[in-house]
Ligand binder design. Structure first.
Ligand code: DLZ
Length: 188
C-alpha cells in the first residue's frame, strides 16, 4: 500500500491568488522546520506568491488551535497550515493532547469556514518523525498542496474568488496582494 506522499495525487493547482498562513510549533523545532520547508516547496510549486504567505509560531502543539483561530478570524488568509510534532514519550502527555489538538484544529475550520490543514505529526519515535519530514517523504509537501486545493475549493464554494471576508479581528485590508480588494460581509 502506498504511504506518505505516494499515497495521494494532487491535480494541477493554481495558487497564485491564494493566501496561506503557516503556524509552527517550536517543540522538536529541527523537525518542524523541515516540515515548514516541505510546505513552502509545495506552495512555490503551486505558484503561491511569497508575499501571500504569513508565518507565525507558538511554543507547542497545544497552542496551535487557538493561534489558528486567531489567524482564521483575522481575515488575512484563505487557508491555514498549523504544523506541530507530538512524539509519544514516557508520560501520558501524548494521549492527553493528541486528540484534543486534532479536534481543536478541526473545530477552527468548521466554525470559521477557513480551511485548516492537519499538519501535526503524531508518532511514536523521533526516528519516525524524521522519516516523515525529510526528502521525498516530507509530509509538508502534501500539506502545502492540500492547502492550495482547499483554498481553491473554498473560493469556488463561496463564489467569491479573489475577495476576502472580514470575520472579526485584525486589519484584513493591510495584508495580501495590493491589487485585491477586501470586503466586509455586510458591506453594500
Ligand atoms: C509539554 C510538551 C510535551 C511533553 N511534548 C510535546 C510534544 O511532543 N510536542 C509538542 O508540540 N509540544 C509538547 N509539549 C508542549 C505543549 O504542547 C504545550 O506547549 C505546553 O504544555 C504549554 O501549554
Amino acid at each position: 500500500m502506498a504511504a506518505g506522499n505516494d499515497a495521494i495525487d494532487f491535480p494541477e493547482l493554481d495558487g497564485k491568488e491564494v493566501r496561506v498562513g503557516i503556524i509552527k510549533a517550536r517543540w522538536h523545532e529541527d523537525i518542524t522546520d523541515d516540515l515548514v520547508a516541505g510546505v513552502k516547496s509545495a506552495l512555490a510549486e503551486c505558484g503561491v506568491e511569497a508575499e501571500n504567505i504569513v508565518e507565525s509560531e507558538v511554543p507547542g502543539s497545544f497552542e496551535l488551535p487557538l493561534a489558528t483561530r486567531f489567524l482564521a478570524l483575522s481575515g488575512t488568509v484563505d487557508v491555514i497550515i498549523p504544523i506541530g510534532l507530538l512524539i509519544k514519550g514516557d508520560t501520558y502527555h501524548f494521549e492527553v493532547i493528541a486528540d484534543t489538538v486534532t479536534r481543536g484544529l478541526m473545530d477552527v475550520g468548521l466554525s470559521t469556514g477557513i480551511p485548516v490543514i492537519f499538519g501535526v505529526l503524531t508518532v511514536n519515535t523521533e526516528e519516525q518523525a524524521k522519516y516523515r519530514a525529510t526528502g521525498s517523504n516530507n509530509h509538508g509537501v502534501q500539506w502545502g498542496k492540500a492547502a492550495v486545493e482547499m483554498a481553491l475549493l473554498r473560493a469556488s464554494a463561496v463564489g467569491q474568488k479573489g475577495r476576502k471576508f472580514f470575520l472579526g479581528f485584525g486589519a484584513a485590508e493591510e495584508v495580501g496582494s495590493k491589487d485585491r480588494k477586501s470586503t466586509r460581509l455586510n458591506s453594500s
